[in-house]
Design a protein around this ligand. Structure first.
Ligand code: ACO
Length: 272
C-alpha cells in the first residue's frame, strides 16, 4: 500500500501536509484508508483535521469505492483537542474563546467547514467503514457515526461527551445517532454522556460487527472485500435508494426503485 498524494478532481493534499495534521491516507486500488495518527494525544481532532478530511473527500481518486477510517494506538479518537478550551488554544487554530467572538456568519462558516469533513462519508459512490477500538469520544463518536458502517473491537467505548462540557454535538452525529437508536435512546445516551460498550453498541445497531481487538484490521479487510464483490454502479444506486427510504412513503420509494432500475437495466443491456 503506497502513501498517496491524492489527486482527484480538486486540489490534492500531500502526505506531508496530512502528517503535520496527524492524518495519513493510503489508497490501495479501490480502498482508501484514512488513519487518525496522533496516538500520543489519543487522536484528538482539530479544525485542521476536519478541513483535511474534507479535502481528502474532495480529491479522492475516482476508483475508490470503500473508505476505511481508523485510529492509530489504543483509542480511535478522544474527540476534540481539549486545548481548544484553554485560553492559548491549539497553535495556529485559536480556541473556543476566539470562536466565541465570531459574528453569526463567520461562526456558521467555521462550523459548516468542520462538518464538511464528515458529510462526504455518506456519498453514494463509496461505502465508509469506521474501524473503532478503545475510546470514541465526542468528535470521535461523531466521526464513527458519520460512516455508513462501524466495525468495533471488544474494548470500544462510545461516549457523546459534548453536553457534559456545555456543548452540543455539531459534527453531523446527531442525525445518524437518532436514525440508528431512536430519539429516546439518543437523548439518554447524549444527556447522560455515558459510555456505550461493545455489546450494547451491537445490540443498538451502532456496530455492525464486534471482534477481538487483534482481529479488527482483518475483519475490516474482509468486509471491504465483500463490499467490492458487487457491481459498482448497482451498489451506488442501491445506497442512494436506501438512504432516501426513510424520507419517502412506500409509494414514493417504489417509484424511486423503478427509476433506479430503469437506469440499471438500460445500462446493463445497452451494449447487447
Ligand atoms: N485533547 C488533547 N489531548 C488529549 C485528549 C484530547 N481530547 N485526550 C487525551 N489527550 C492526551 C492526554 O492529555 C495525554 O497527554 P500527556 O501524555 O501529555 O499527558 C495523552 O493524550 C494520553 O491521554 P491519557 O488520558 O493518559 O490516555 P488514557 O488512554 O489513559 O485515556 C481517554 C484516554 C479516556 C480518552 C482520556 O484521555 C480522556 O478522557 N480524554 C479526553 C476526552 C474528552 O473529553 N474529549 C472531548 C469530547 S467533546 C468533543 O469532542 C467535542
Amino acid at each position: 500500500m503506497a502513501d498517496a498524494t491524492l489527486g482527484g478532481s480538486t486540489e490534492a493534499i500531500s502526505a506531508a501536509e496530512l502528517a503535520e495534521i496527524g492524518l495519513r491516507c493510503e489508497v490501495d486500488g479501490e480502498i482508501a484508508t484514512i488513519t487518525l495518527d496522533r496516538p500520543e494525544r489519543r487522536n484528538a481532532q482539530t479544525f485542521a483535521t476536519w478541513s483535511a478530511l474534507a479535502r481528502i473527500g474532495e480529491s479522492l481518486p475516482g476508483q475508490v469505492r470503500v473508505v476505511v477510517i481508523r485510529g492509530e494506538g489504543p483509542s480511535f479518537s478522544a474527540g476534540i483537542d481539549l486545548r481548544m478550551f484553554t485560553p492559548e488554544g491549539v497553535p495556529g487554530q485559536g480556541s473556543f474563546g476566539t470562536v466565541a467572538t465570531l459574528d453569526d456568519a463567520a461562526f456558521e462558516q467555521a462550523v459548516a467547514e468542520a462538518q464538511r469533513g464528515f458529510l462526504w462519508l455518506r456519498r453514494p459512490d463509496i461505502v465508509s467503514i469506521a474501524a473503532v477500538q478503545g475510546h470514541a469520544i465526542g468528535a470521535g463518536f461523531q466521526l464513527a457515526l458519520s460512516c455508513d458502517l462501524r466495525v468495533v473491537a471488544e474494548d470500544v467505548k462510545f461516549c457523546m461527551k459534548e453536553p457534559a462540557l456545555g456543548l452540543v454535538p455539531d459534527l453531523t452525529g446527531t442525525k445518524p445517532l437518532v436514525d440508528i437508536v431512536g430519539v429516546s435512546r439518543a437523548i439518554e445516551i447524549c444527556l447522560t454522556a455515558r459510555t456505550v460498550g461493545a455489546d450494547e453498541a451491537h445490540r443498538l445497531g451502532l456496530a455492525e460487527l464486534v471482534v477481538p481487538g487483534e482481529e479488527l484490521s482483518q475483519a475490516v479487510r474482509d468486509l471491504a472485500a465483500a463490499l467490492l464483490g458487487t457491481n459498482r454502479d448497482a451498489a451506488a444506486a442501491t445506497k442512494r435508494l436506501l438512504q432516501g427510504a426513510p424520507g419517502r412513503t412506500l409509494e414514493e420509494q417504489a417509484a424511486a426503485e423503478r427509476a433506479e432500475q430503469a437506469l440499471r437495466i438500460r445500462a446493463l443491456f445497452a451494449s447487447s
